[in-house]
Design a protein around this ligand. Structure first.
Ligand SMILES: Cc1cc2nc3c(=O)[nH]c(=O)nc-3n(C[C@H](O)[C@H](O)[C@H](O)COP(=O)(O)O)c2cc1C
Length: 267
């Protein structure tokens, strides 16, 4: 039997190749085995953000109390072109991903440069929103939570905008994913800045009136304006544009109109 020649190029390459192959196999195996746990954790994180947007996040959230509160939250699939609800399984509505729907030929469409103020290129035709109800026996609508996303300075920012049941007054804004600089654009996560959104109005008649302004420290008095983040004009403008996009007719305009009519008892 010939001895294994450690110095031969051929043997070195074949050992390296085998090690690489083995490592690739282990990585792929781990990815497959952990996929369902990863999906569960992603869904849990998303639920936590929805509760934050609804103002219902418990002090010590855990799987049990989050699931309990979620019994009063209904994910609703809507058609954005007319704002009408479409039937969908709870799970499908809950897991609906507007970004991948937007990328698909069937469920998305390309935005013109003029329309694309949120910097997202393609838009979904459908959306999944969350309607939050009171606990029994008070099962009236308490909040409407709308997912949104758009380009910030450093990458896509994703969050939820929560409305009071009048579908007109903002109750909360929250971001769960962004790449803005901590201390600058990252201040979108600061509860103090987020509190400026509470009570602001989205529309003046049919006009989208809500905007983030650069007020240079002046007290904001208009119910349609939110003071921008100082030192983060670009992020502030991006958030303003993406919110205005999602409040528009490509976004939730028709759905919110329907909800306003329902709240006013007109339907
Ligand atoms: C390293 C670095 C990171 C920055 N990050 C942000 C950011 O996340 N958001 C933002 O709007 N501006 C950011 N800026 C600042 C912008 O370049 C720009 O100066 C700022 O938006 C102007 O805001 P102001 O008019 O309120 O001063 C950053 C600048 C530097 C040098």
């Amino acid at each position: 039997m010939t001895a294994f020649d450690k110095n031969s190029v051929r043997n070195t390459l074949s050992v390296s190749f085998t090690v690489c192959l083995f490592c690739a196999f282990l990585t792929a195996l781990a990815a497959v085995l952990l996929k369902s746990r990863q999906d569960t954790n992603t869904a849990y994180d998303r639920n936590i953000t929805v509760l934050k947007a609804a103002g219902l996040l418990p002090e010590r959230p855990d799987k049990a109390n989050v699931a309990e509160i979620f019994k009063n939250i209904r994910p609703v699939m809507i058609n954005l072109s007319d704002g009408k609800q479409i039937s969908a399984k709870w799970d499908d509505a809950q897991k609906f991903d507007p970004e991948s729907a937007g990328r698909s030929e069937d469920n998305g469409y390309a935005l013109s440069a003029d329309a694309d103020v949120a910097g997202i290129k393609r838009m979904t035709k459908l959306a999944s929103v969350f309607e939050v109800f009171g606990t029994e026996p008070d099962n009236t609508l308490k909040k409407i939570i709308l997912p949104f996303y758009g380009a910030g300075l450093w990458g896509i920012m994703r969050g939820y905008l929560a409305f009071e049941p009048d579908a007109e007054t903002i109750s909360q804004i929250v971001f769960y994913d962004h790449k803005e600089t901590p201390g600058l654009g990252g201040e979108v996560d600061n509860p103090k800045w987020q509190s400026l959104w509470k009570g602001r109005k989205a529309y003046r008649g049919d006009e989208i009136a809500l905007r983030v302004i650069k007020s240079a420290g002046k007290e904001t008095v208009s119910p349609y304006e939110v003071d921008g983040i100082s030192g983060a004009t670009i992020t502030s403008r991006s958030v303003s544009e993406m919110i205005r996009f999602w409040l528009g007719t490509n976004g939730y305009f028709n759905y919110l109109r329907r909800m306003q009519h329902t709240a006013a008892g007109k339907d």
